[in-house]
Design a protein around this ligand. Structure first.
Ligand code: NAP
Length: 263
């Protein structure tokens, strides 16, 4: 049995995969990275692969057979499995009347049912201290117009994760999620050239949260949704703009956290 933390990382070929893999690998974890595309996975392996420690498997882990194969292969190659980092997901905007029901089904599959299938395959391999990490969106709290299918699929994932967290914590397994706003990646910049980048987050900020949730400091954290939202926020014309920064003359000097009081 391996004493090294060992994770199955699904959807490792995506926009956040490299930062997550880099951080977990730097901690010394053993990783089995999966994706459906041999070419995309080979590119990730060329950058991060370490024989016997960071390996890849071409498989569709969102299908029951593929998920079973991936979980068993991770446990076989590394002598055990500590958890799952489920990066598989898909974004798809569209107003209700222009969105075919097939698109709803495909978003539910990519964002919700894929997590069900992969978790069912991984769970039998996990012991106390096990970790399950999923990825959701602030649109669950405030679903905006034109994003109903995506928001509903992430809402299903989030509610499901919180329910499952209660089930699996009895055996010491921790299920949690990272909620993120748009990540600043080369793909995103190419697709959305007009975006206000000050409201995005970096892949490394997301990976920091993954490292926390998969590490010893998250012991006892069950069913949490860790917000990596950067400066993103919802606004309404009714609320007006954010308050102006107080002028130096009018505002009392802030006391730094931990500073002692004089007198
Ligand atoms: N990037 C963001 O700004 C952002 C924002 C909010 C939430 N998230 C969530 O964070 C997670 C990771 O984000 P990301 O940007 O890295 O994701 P991504 O690049 O969109 O996708 C990650 C991987 O998921 C796999 N995948 C997508 N659709 C699939 C399907 N129908 N069946 C099977 N596999 C599928 C693809 O791997 P292969 O095709 O190689 O198999 C893809 O490389 C996702 O759950 C995403 O929804 C991301």
């Amino acid at each position: 049995m391996s004493t090294r933390p060992t994770f199955l990382v699904t959807g490792a070929t995506g926009r956040l995969g490299r930062a997550v893999v880099r951080q977990l690998a730097a901690r010394g974890d053993a990783l089995l990275l999966t994706g459906r595309s041999a070419a995309r996975l080979a590119a990730v392996e060329a950058e991060h692969g370490v024989p016997g420690r960071v390996e890849t498997l071409v498989v569709d882990a969102t299908q029951p057979e593929g998920a079973q194969e991936a979980a068993a292969e991770a446990a076989r190659r590394f002598g055990g499995l500590t958890g799952l980092v489920h990066l598989v997901g898909h974004f798809g905007p569209g107003p209700l009347m222009l969105t075919d029901v097939g698109e709803y089904e495909s978003l539910l599959h990519a964002n919700f049912l894929s997590a069900v299938v992969t978790t069912q395959a991984v769970l039998p391999h996990l012991g106390p201290g096990g970790r399950l990490v999923y990825f959701t969106s602030p649109l669950v709290q405030e679903p905006m117009a034109g994003l109903s299918a995506y928001a509903a699929s992430k809402a299903a994932l989030t509610t499901w994760m919180r329910s499952v967290a209660h089930e699996v914590k009895r055996r010491g397994v921790h299920a949690n999620a990272v909620s993120l706003t748009i990540a600043d990646t080369p793909d995103m910049r190419a697709e959305r050239p007009g975006l206000d980048l000050s409201h995005t987050v970096t892949p490394d900020q997301v990976a920091n949260a993954v490292r926390f949730l998969t590490g010893p400091d998250a012991e006892g954290v069950y069913g949490a949704v860790v917000p990596v939202h950067g400066r993103f926020g919802f606004s309404s014309a009714l609320a007006g703009g954010p308050p102006a920064a107080p002028s130096a003359a009018a505002a009392p000097a802030a006391t730094p956290v931990g500073a002692g009081r004089a007198g």
